[in-house]
Design a protein around this ligand. Structure first.
Ligand code: IPM
Ligand code: MG
Length: 356
């Protein structure tokens, strides 16, 4: 079981260290190797995704990823910014299927800004297509003014596109996931305005015919964004494109109390996967030992389940996370009166202890 460990920027190092600690306590034969990615890789090697890091990731069974991004790199040309590292890994490894579950643990119903009755018992799964759409459309660029007086751009553009095979494969992932859950899929699109998403809807319907046991419905992205805060429990599996999935998954994170709780898995057709928290690098709180490591620890559990075939170990971690929440331990992002505030490291230690 070869794991490439890519902590990245900001809080990445701190939260990944806690996940490694938890994995280490399982007593399984992991081979772990760490490499630089994101801004720290740019600083050391002049590129956010150095060749050696990419090679390590490609040769591994799974990648445990922290987060990338830091304001100090915002002025770099786009191809050298930290975010390109994660986009490059997704593209190079073909990690097209992104699973972002949103589960509201009963202990955290009060940590959300939404009313407890709206979110108590929530358990939904957002499946985001991750290697197509406007994120990777061609052509893209800026048109430069030609009159010589304005060196700046006159307009900029990105193109939205999806091919039939790209939609088909994510559709199969969604329908198969739904077969193991409540057998309902909501496909989120913008077919009322965009050709790309009319096509998306048509292909979803086509693939859906192969899964007569799964009910498929369609919702426009704007309505879905609204329904997600109005009545989130009406959803079960949501499948959508790269851009809409990016936005909806951040929105869904708030249904769980904190974005610090949301794990994610990005898989390719060989079940090789990249596992990362859904949140970012949070440079504003980096180095303070206050970040919530649970999303990363839960991502490690997903890694055990999806890429390393260790279901029992995955469940041990998930049960331990529930146990520490039940003990009332909270990092500042999920803290509320009556609970015990703990640091990043203390939270990791508590999960290790709760593994039993
Ligand atoms: C995410 C992030 C990334 C994305 C960024 C960091 C490129 O927001 O994983 O959701 O937009 O996909
Ligand atoms: Mg995002």
């Amino acid at each position: 079981m070869k794991i490439a460990v890519l902590p990245g920027d900001g809080i990445g190092t701190e939260i990944v260290a806690e996940a490694i600690k938890v994995l280490g306590a399982l007593d399984l034969p992991f081979e772990m190797e760490t490499a630089l990615v994101g801004g720290v890789a740019y600083a050391a090697h002049g590129h956010p995704l150095p060749e050696s890091t990419l090679k390590l990731a490609q040769d591994a069974d799974a990648i445990l990823f922290g987060a990338v991004g830091d304001w100090q790199y915002d002025k770099l040309e786009r191809s050298l910014r930290p975010e390109q590292a994660i986009l490059g890994l997704r593209k190079h490894l073909g990690l097209f299927a992104n699973f972002r579950p949103a589960i509201c643990y009963k202990e955290l119903v009060d940590a959300s800004s939404l009313k407890p009755e709206i979110i108590a018992g929530l358990d939904i799964l957002i499946i985001r297509e991750l290697t197509g759409d406007i994120y990777f459309g061609q052509p893209r660029g800026r048109r430069i003014a030609t009159d010589g007086h304005f060196p700046g751009a006159e307009e900029a553009f990105d193109t939205m596109r999806y091919s039939r095979p790209e939609i088909e494969r994510i559709a199969h992932v969604a329908f198969q996931a739904a077969q193991k859950r409540s057998k309902r899929v909501t496909s989120v699109d913008k077919a009322n305005v965009l050709e790309t998403f009319q096509f998306w809807q048509d292909v979803m319907i086509d693939v859906g015919k192969q899964y007569p046991d799964v009910a498929l419905d369609h919702m426009y992205i704007d309505n879905a964004a609204m329904q997600l805060v109005k009545a989130p429990k009406k959803f079960d599996v949501i499948v959508t494109g790269n851009m809409f999935g990016d936005i909806l998954s951040d929105e869904a994170s708030m249904l769980t109390g904190s974005i610090g709780m949301l794990p994610s898995a990005s898989l390719n057709s060989k079940n090789q996967g990249l596992y990362e928290p859904s949140h970012g690098s949070a440079p504003d709180i980096a180095g303070q030992n206050i970040a919530n490591p649970l999303a990363t620890i839960l991502s490690a559990a997903m890694m055990l389940r999806f890429s390393l075939n260790q279901e029992t170990a995955a469940q041990r971690i998930e049960t331990a996370v529930q146990a520490v929440l039940a003990q009332g331990l909270r990092t500042p992002d999920i803290y509320s009166t009556g609970t015990t505030k703990v640091s990043t490291v203390e939270m990791g230690d508590a999960v290790v202890k709760a593994l039993g």
